[in-house]
Design a binder for this molecule. Structure first.
Ligand SMILES: Nc1ncnc2c1ncn2[C@@H]1O[C@H](COP(=O)(O)OP(=O)(O)OP(=O)(O)O)[C@@H](O)[C@H]1O
Ligand SMILES: [Mg+2]
Length: 284
């Protein structure tokens, strides 16, 4: 059964896109069929997976239709049938990963949503329902925003993962995200999404701030706070610049190793995935 996972934090630069891209690549490497959805108009995930097409001014101003329909059309036309939703999805160069890309014109999606009087929270959920049987995992990358698109992502998901970067104000962004999820679940009487975990990214594990803040997070969040943290690793910046598939470009990266460990800790794999993951660690 398909698991739909959103990577969310209202704060920018905490590694949402990097985490979505690398987790997708590891799951695909473990022979799982993965769809990634880019919900951010800055389209960094689409760039990372070589699926980005820049919008011309004429497309942005609605003078001509875009040649490649994507997530912006999903929200504009509120597609919910398999054929129309499938037309927004493209294969990537990485085996087992498809993408529903984004680009600048997705910035107008909020306007289209607001101008409609229907149920604006579940546009994405309804669309993904039409195609989710084709995938083991759907990962949704979000913009650093508390808006209707992020709310759509929450409604569509079984699990929320929250990357945090340990710095002074990081707790505020985290708390806002946790509060929004709790509010939506209570207000709409929903069982899902569950918080799959809060994990540290870009961690410099030998610093005092890391030690202090990780103790604070651990004491406050308890089991929600993942023991695995993703270490800061210059190779990650290189991948994001060169748009290389991470497992062929730098399989020996510390951060990639940490993402493997994180997936193990999150317990999101079925038996065959767990066996494949264990064999990556030499049966550890
Ligand atoms: N483990 C890591 N080690 C070193 N650099 C990292 C690591 N993870 C992410 N980065 C870098 O941190 C920056 C922010 O990452 P990313 O774009 O994934 O964050 P984001 O949360 O998606 O940002 P935004 O909110 O703007 O969408 C990028 O330059 C990325 O290359
Ligand atoms: Mg991002």
């Amino acid at each position: 059964m398909c698991k739909i996972i959103s990577i969310i934090n209202n704060k920018g630069g905490v590694a949402k896109t990097t985490s979505t891209g690398i987790i997708a690549q590891i799951l695909a490497y473990l022979e799982k069929k993965v769809l990634v959805v880019d919900l951010d108009e800055s389209a960094n995930l689409s760039m990372m997976l070589n699926a980005y097409t820049e919008d011309s001014e004429a497309v942005i101003n609605n003078m001509i239709p875009a040649e490649k329909a994507h997530v912006a059309e999903l929200f504009r036309y509120r597609y919910r049938d398999t054929e129309n939703v499938s037309n927004l999805i493209y294969p990537t160069k990485i085996k087992n990963i498809d993408i529903m890309p984004s680009s600048e014109r997705h910035g107008q999606s909020q306007l289209y949503i607001q101008n409609n009087t229907g149920n604006n929270n579940i546009i994405l959920k309804r669309a993904l329902n039409a195609i989710k049987d084709q995938y083991d995992y759907i990962l949704i990358d979000n913009a650093p925003a508390k808006d209707i698109l992020t709310v759509n992502s929450m409604f569509a998901s079984d699990l929320i993962l929250i990357p945090v970067r340990l710095e002074e104000y990081s707790y505020k962004g985290l708390q806002e995200t946790l509060n929004t999820v709790a509010y939506i679940k209570e207000e709409h009487d929903l069982e899902n999404p569950k918080i799959g975990g809060v994990f540290m990214t870009q961690a410099e594990t030998n610093t005092i701030i890391y030690k202090d803040l990780s103790t604070l997070y651990n004491d406050t969040l308890g089991d929600l706070f993942c023991r695995t943290c993703i270490r800061k690793d210059i190779k990650i910046c290189e991948i994001n610049k060169s748009f290389q598939p991470v497992l062929s470009y730098c399989p020996d990266s510390n951060a990639v190793y940490d993402y493997f460990k994180l997936i193990e800790e999150l317990d999101i794999l079925d038996d065959s995935g767990t066996a494949a993951l264990k064999s990556c660690f030499g049966g550890e």
